[in-house]
Design a protein around this ligand. Structure first.
Ligand code: PLP
Length: 426
């Protein structure tokens, strides 16, 4: 790597807390589906800042909205409000087809949106006259964020263990297993019942894994029966990623033509098109009433700048017909990928695609095939992502052209070959 990037990465290592490892590149500029590094090399971005840059980089609508908003009114605190905040809440409720009395709480990130959801669950439990609706169910392999409450919902031991004790009462059950959920929703040995079930419509960090047909509808029915809230974490799946506004509206996610409307759902990632924002949507007046004045708050959440960006994203998805585009482009890319001998399995929900690579003919590179393919991709000018040793995750900007995805599919066999020969010491 060149001296420009090497020098910056050395300064990075000397000045940034080391929780992320060594960054792959120093990026300086982006436009559409492309970004450029500090040495002037161009990359096609199939990750979009981890499903964040939904309109790609420097989309004129986002640039205009942010520029005009910061030049007028950037921040007011929640002692005041502003029209972008109100309009974004209204638009989100409208595209969710949420019933009257539904409301939005704005935060700054996915983990914060889930913290708010966790508090909502506690409030719901606290309203139970028994005083023993204290349990929260999450799923194995779930990812809900890194702050303490969200971390308690996240399953991965390596993320959790160094920070225990975490907020209590959370249990993880196998995802997609209706019987396991039914059993967990029954009162436990001490008589404690469940306040909420929290889950992703499709597990993104786990490698874009959806559920057996009908599972989400079963979760809906079982939580209703048990008096527990159903809370969907749409942080990665929401805002058009799957080709509908939210995963719970997508037949490819729910297995049904009817949406599976939860009691609450969280958003972040793609919502701001690169500007930090999160949201908790409370469905219906009862759930909305669970958090009352003074019970939760944030300084930045819902500020005019972030919500203006969110509005620009939402309006552009609508005006450019991106939901249809996402469905068509994703379906076509998934088909092409599935035809490659280098690919063992494809799981696609719109432009959110998990690709399990087939076992290579030669030796498996250290650290796994998928990370080696990601490294080979970078060398070839593509930003890819691995969620595990054998699994790639594609989450490109929603504006990506079908041809860009086709070029990637054509290139993938060569990337796999490069990854395996580089891993071969001979
Ligand atoms: C990324 C992610 C989060 C955490 O969001 P941050 O903005 O990184 O805090 C939570 N849930 C899901 C499903 C995610 O994909």
């Amino acid at each position: 790597m060149s001296t420009t990037q090497d020098a910056l990465l050395t300064r990075y290592a000397d000045s940034l807390t080391g929780v992320f490892g060594r960054p792959a590149r120093v990026l300086v500029r982006g436009e559409g589906v492309h970004v450029w590094d500090a040495d002037g090399r161009r990359y096609t971005d199939l990750l979009a800042g981890i499903a964040v840059n939904s309109l790609g980089h420097a989309h004129p609508a986002v640039v205009r909205a942010v520029r005009e908003q910061i030049a007028g009114l950037g921040h007011v605190s929640n002692l005041f409000t502003s029209e972008p905040q109100i309009r974004l809440a209204e638009e989100l409720l409208a595209v969710a087809d949420a019933p009257a009395g539904s409301t939005v709480f704005f935060a700054n990130s996915g983990t914060e949106a889930n913290e708010a959801a966790f508090k909502l669950a506690r409030r719901h439990g606290g309203q139970d006259p028994s005083g023993s609706r204290t349990r929260v169910i999450a799923l194995e392999r779930a990812f809900h964020g890194r702050t303490m409450g969200a971390l308690a919902l996240t399953h991965k031991k390596a993320y959790r263990a160094p920070f225990e004790p975490l907020p209590g009462g959370v249990e993880h059950v196998p995802g997609g297993d209706v019987d396991a959920l039914r059993a967990a929703l029954a009162p436990d040995a001490s008589g404690a019942t469940v306040a909420a079930v929290v889950l992703e419509p499709v597990q993104g960090e786990a490698g874009v894994h959806g559920w057996p047909v009908g599972y989400l509808a079963q979760v809906r029915a079982l939580t209703r029966e048990a008096g527990a809230l159903m809370i969907l974490d749409e942080v990665q799946s929401g805002m058009g990623r799957t080709g509908t506004w939210f995963g719970f509206q997508n037949p490819s996610v729910t297995g049904s033509d009817d949406p599976v409307l939860p009691d609450a759902f969280t958003l972040a990632k793609g919502l701001g098109g690169g500007v930090p924002i999160g949201a908790l949507v409370c469905v219906g007046p009862e759930v909305s009433g669970l958090l009352s004045a003074g019970q939760h708050g944030t300084t930045f959440g819902g500020n005019p700048l972030a919500t203006a960006a969110g509005l620009a994203v939402l309006e552009t998805i609508r005006s450019e017909g991106l939901l249809e585009h996402v469905r068509a482009a994703g379906e076509r890319a998934a088909k092409l990928l599935a035809d490659l001998p280098e690919v063992a399995a494809v799981r696609a929900h719109g432009l959110w695609i998990g690709v399990d690579l087939a076992a290579p003919r030669g030796p498996v590179p250290d650290g796994g095939l998928a990370p080696a393919v990601v490294a080979a991709g970078l060398e070839a000018g593509w930003i890819l992502n691995a969620t595990g040793p054998d699994t790639l995750r594609l989450a490109p900007p929603l504006i990506i052209a079908a041809e860009d995805l086709e070029r990637f599919v054509e290139l993938l066999p060569a990337l796999v070959a490069a990854a395996t020969t580089e891993g071969d010491p001979s």
